[in-house]
Design a protein around this ligand. Structure first.
Ligand code: FES
Ligand SMILES: [Fe+2]
Length: 453
């Protein structure tokens, strides 16, 4: 078989063992090419709709060398512009030192260099000494460059390629699978970011599989080991668990602990998760789990414990005005626990909370990325906290995430070793990794996984 024959080009190929060469993770040339061939072609999640509620509100989003202003327009829609002044190329809006991005409210954007001024439609409304250009400064020459912007799921999405497909086409089956979870109604409990010492793909791949949980997070093993799966959906993937027989309702993220007494193990798992990850659950779920031992007799079958726990939490939330959407259990099971939105965003969804990860390059350094995590939940009307992106040193992240960080740093170091022959992901549990690189190679023209057989 020739090398070409071994290249993974279709989803079915990902079901067989494959290897991924290290270039995509460690090569500076590859990282530079990604700017042109990937980041300037893909739909990118650039912020949250609630961050720009009123006309004139804006956030910036930086991706490698490019920076984009995402703005709420006067008609309530979302507009995006290249964050660069057409006069001499000054970045129009500066990111305050140490911040993840700029944010604010503007009637006009005034360039700090010579004062050219732009309205919320990106049109230039003022140029000092405009006559000096002898009529050559047409609106086309002075307007800000437009960037495509759309919304879905409560997020702001941008695409630097004017000829890109629509966001809906890009997202494929994701809206159908995730719209029932009403993610647009969720608001952040916390959001943290860090510039981390690994490639953006290494960061994402620390969270897009469950194969690592048993070894990296051994504390969770006492709560039962569920076998994880990963499925390809064109550009994207999702992951989930195969639940043990009799616990099919537990295929979703809101699952019971295992062991002799699921009332107690579920409470323990919820408390551990709340204290050490502060993700994938809510205070209401933790409290409902802690009540299980008083509300149910010992020996209650697991399926009844699960149903009671979720009903009791749902009712407790409803009493404070927080209403979980009702999603068909078969749909919940099919949707799994998280979706990897190509290229660099992961949505870990549930009916009442979600955990999202994103990673993107830091300049053109293949050994660094901006990594960020945001935890969302449903809040009573008007009670969602106002959160901002908080730069958080590695040692200040929740302990469970620090366990993942230790791997990310060490993987980046290890893959640069002369003795490393390329990754060999688990074709069942780590298939999302193969899918990411198969699709990446379609944009990049190289770096595709190769079959190992
Ligand atoms: S570079 Fe912006 S006004 Fe001169
Ligand atoms: Fe992990």
């Amino acid at each position: 078989m020739t090398t070409a024959d071994r290249t993974v080009t279709a989803a079915a190929d990902l079901e067989a063992p494959f290897t991924i060469p290290p270039d995509a993770y460690v090569s500076r040339d590859y990282a530079r090419l990604e700017q042109e061939l990937l980041w300037r072609k893909a739909w990118l999640q650039a912020g949250r709709e609630e961050d720009i509620p009123a006309p004139g509100d804006f956030v910036t989003y930086d991706i490698g060398d490019d920076s984009v202003i995402v703005l709420r327009a006067d008609d309530g829609s979302v507009r995006a512009f290249h964050n660069v002044c057409p006069h001499r190329g000054r970045r129009l809006v500066d990111t305050p030192p140490g911040e993840r991005n700029a944010t604010g409210h503007r009637r006009n954007f005034i360039c700090g260099f010579h004062g050219w001024t732009f309205d919320r439609e990106g049109q230039c409304t003022f140029v000092q000494h405009q006559d000096d250009w002898q009529g050559a400064l047409t609106p086309e020459r002075t307007a800000l460059g437009r960037v495509k912007a759309e919304t879905w799921g409560g997020w702001l999405w941008i695409n630097l390629d004017p000829d890109s497909p629509s966001l809906r086409e890009w997202l494929g089956p994701i809206p159908e699978m995730l719209d029932p979870f009403e993610l647009h109604n969720m608001r952040c409990r916390w959001r943290k970011w860090i510039v981390f010492d690994c490639n953006w793909k290494v960061a994402l791949e620390a969270f897009n599989e469950t194969y690592h949980v048993q070894t990296t997070h051994p504390e969770f093993n006492v709560f039962g080991q569920f076998r994880g799966w990963a499925r390809n959906h064109g550009l994207h993937t999702n992951i989930g668990y195969d639940a043990p027989k009799g616990q099919e309702q537990d295929q979703a993220k809101l699952r019971l602990g295992s062991g002799d007494d699921p009332r107690l193990s579920t409470a323990e798992m919820q408390v551990y998760t709340w204290d050490n990850a502060n993700t994938n659950t809510t205070r209401t779920l933790v409290d409902a789990a802690l009540r299980l031992k008083d509300e149910l007799p010992a020996g209650t079958p697991a399926a009844e414990v699960s149903a009671h726990w979720l009903r009791s939490a749902r009712e407790a939330d409803a009493r404070r005005g927080v209403h979980w959407p009702v999603v068909d259990p078969a749909h919940v099971a099919r949707s799994g626990t998280a979706w990897q939105v190509f290229p660099n965003f992961q949505i870990g969804h549930a009916v009442n909370n979600m955990l999202c990860y994103a990673a993107r390059p830091w300049g053109d350094d293949p050994d660094k990325c901006v990594f960020e995590a945001a935890v969302y939940e449903l809040w009573p009307e008007g009670e969602a906290p106002v959160t901002t992106w908080t730069y958080t040193a590695a040692e200040d992240w929740p302990p469970v995430l620090q366990q993942d960080f230790a791997n990310m740093r060490a993987v980046q170091q290890g893959m640069k070793s002369a003795g490393f022959r390329g990754t060999q992901p688990n074709p069942y549990m780590e298939r999302a990794i193969g899918s990411l690189h198969m699709n990446l190679a379609r944009f990049m023209g190289s770096g595709a996984p190769r079959r190992l057989d």
